[in-house]
Design a protein around this ligand. Sequence first.
Ligand code: 13P
Length: 250
Amino acid sequence: MRRRVVAGNWKMNGTQAEAAALIRGIEQGLGDVRRTEVLVCPPFVLIPIVAEWLGGSRVAWGGQNLSAHKSGAYTGEVSGPMLRDFGCSHVIVGHSERRALYGEDDQTVAEKFRAAQGVGLVPILCVGETLAERESNETERVVARQIDAVVGMVGIGAMDSAIVAYEPVWAIGTGRTATPEQAQAVHAFIRGRLAQTSSTVAERLRILYGGSVKGANARQLFAQPDIDGGLIGGASLDAQEFLGICRAAD
Ligand code: 13P
């Protein structure tokens, strides 16, 4: 049985006061969520205070991105060792917004994935197709390419200490969720593709769904056999919504 994961991706949102209220709200309501792994990924500048508030709690925290480099002349970047220094256990890599808006290609994403694991961070590798790609029946080709780029660089064994998030681009922030069946089909495809190399690794891998997940639709999504939790954007900024999703996962 794979342990469920619910991760909040705050994206570029939140003041210190808002983050404090959100964290407090989540912690207070988490008492009845017993089995699910819960984590939040705040913007970099909020990580130190989130770390202070969450230290000793059962909610983990992570970054939304990292540099492929450890240190040096990379103005504006944040490295894996820095995230570790602030207690991060996870980091999102290859989010579709990074790919689309900041030109991160499969090679860059694979390098970031390797850099994350190199310092003991669990990468949450995001994959997913655009609407145009789905409509031209390219979903599997795109997702396979995104997964293969990483496995080609780090090897199948590395997937044992990673999480994958399937986030169809057309479902992100649009209110248009993939149906549980649509999501399940891609999750099964991802697991099947990895199983061609190692059925053990494929069976253990947690694959999260992301894209307009809310308290109201989470239960149906998580009921699918290959959906092991969620990567939550908008709804992770509302403590009660986020808690609803955590309970659905539990
Ligand atoms: P929404 O939940 O806002 O659609 O965002 C999903 C996402 O991109 C999480 O990484």
